[in-house]
Design a protein around this ligand. Structure first.
Ligand SMILES: *Cc1c(COP(=O)(O)O)cnc(C)c1O
Length: 417
């Protein structure tokens, strides 16, 4: 059975019932769940400043809700810097970090955000823009450290500047307009083991010590993301309380030695993944040579991740490794219906695109659904709407529905090509 782990309260059920009459498919974000996740972080890590990674869900109501809770912004493009500014985030709480910033990206954001340089070339590009504007600029550096989540010894990476190269640059900084005031590291996503994350953060404090000594103090150390969420029913959730407790002393030690250095952690999925559902109407059903097919509105082209999970499970023998944020594991999404008491049948869930790749579940048990009913999918709050190829076949797009804590329902249309 697939839907048993889901808790869907009466509020959410009512909204789904109403919306399914209006929309062939839609996302539904529950502000209450977003607040629960964000408040949980704040309570276990009172000394950490959290940034929200906009790229995982840029819905304007989601942004407003999260930034109103006091999080800063992790922006991955000039457009995301603009969104964070529009949502009221102050300039010094927006860190713009991504590989391959163009000169125009830098010029557009240099007064709107804190830039984090991803390469030595980019440092020089920032220097040129700052010199033309005749301004000094405080920047961060994204570092590719000499360690991983699992131990010492660094790996090659397209992200950041190798630690040794960054230190060499700083010792002979020949960019007169640039002062490096922070470092940023992000090595991986979706870690569920508290002890692995704790060991990583400890290495980060050592790294910050090293850079602090060379820079003459740091304003921030951004330790990136890593906090994972429970996708599959059998996943053991990350123990945030244990992680917070494991870090408390270490963090206090670091902050006593460096009282002016803010410790930042970025979260994307942790803040929003579980808050989102994807709802697709049943548009047809048929039996073909013994298989019951349920045809749903906008699956691959509305919520891509379940289709990719199906593909990965077909292509690989054994368990495929993750490819975040496209693919986490084969059962990262649960399927259920509004009437879980209907008689159960064995079905294959497919979409309405003209491709056989558009299948999201094969041979699963699901309560009986008819045309006009819907199938509800979990874990659709992050890397969902933003990641799905909605232009494919030019179907009408899913809309995004946001259920506020006060019960207000706000609708957003996804951008049209
Ligand atoms: C995507 C990204 C994140 C968010 O990752 P999650 O696993 O969703 O928390 C954080 N930091 C950086 C630099 C990223 O690229």
């Amino acid at each position: 059975m697939t839907g048993t782990a889901m808790r869907l309260d009466a509020r959410m059920r009512d909204v789904i019932r109403q919306q399914v009459k209006r929309h062939g498919s839609f996302y539904l974000y529950d502000e209450r769940r977003i607040h629960e996740s964000v408040d949980c972080l704040a309570s276990h890590f009172p000394q950490i400043d959290f940034l929200y990674s906009i790229k995982c869900n840029a819905n304007p109501h989601v942004l407003r809700s999260i930034f109103a809770r006091g999080l800063g912004a992790d922006a991955a493009s000039a457009a995301e810097v603009r969104m964070a500014r529009a949502a009221g985030v102050p300039k010094d709480r927006i860190l713009y970090s991504s590989p391959g910033k163009m000169r125009s990206d830098i010029a557009r954001t240099i007064r709107q955000a804190v830039l984090v340089a991803d390469s030595i070339e980019e440092l020089r590009r920032i220097q040129n823009v700052a010199a033309e504007m005749n301004m000094p600029v405080a920047v961060g550096m994204r570092i590719n450290p000499d360690f991983t989540f699992h131990g010492d010894g660094g790996l090659p990476s397209k992200f950041g500047i190798d630690e040794e190269q960054a230190l060499a640059f700083l010792r002979g900084n020949d960019c007169p307009n640039i002062r490096v005031t922070g470092i940023h590291v992000h090595l991986r996503s979706q870690e569920l083991q508290a002890d692995v994350l704790a060991a990583y953060y400890r290495r980060m404090f050592r790294l910050a010590e090293k850079f602090s000594a060379v820079c003459g103090g740091l304003e921030y150390v951004n330790m990136g993301s890593g906090m994972g969420v429970r996708y599959a029913v059998q996943d053991t959730p990350l123990n945030l309380a244990a992680l917070g407790a494991a870090l408390r002393e270490e963090l206090r030690g670091f902050q006593t030695a460096h009282p002016r250095t803010a410790c930042l952690i970025e979260v994307g999925r942790y803040a929003v993944c579980a808050s989102g559902l994807y709802v697709a109407s049943v548009v047809d059903r048929k039996i073909s040579r013994g298989i019951t097919y349920i045809i749903l509105r906008n699956t691959l082209n509305g919520f891509l991740r379940p289709s990719l999970a199906r593909l990965a499970s077909r292509w690989s023998r054994g368990l495929p490794s993750a490819a975040e944020p496209l693919f986490t594991c084969v059962d990262a999404c649960q399927f259920f219906t509004l009437d879980m008491d209907a008689p159960v049948e064995r079905v294959t869930l497919a979409g309405d695109l003209c491709t056989t790749a558009d299948i999201i579940a094969e041979d699963i048990l699901l309560p009986h659904v008819e045309c006009g009913d819907c199938v509800i999918m979990t874990n659709a709050g992050s890397y969902a709407a933003v990641l799905s190829p909605m232009q494919f076949s030019s179907h009408e797009r899913p809309v995004e529905v946001f259920l506020s804590t006060d019960g207000t329902v706000l609708q957003t249309d996804l951008p049209c090509a």
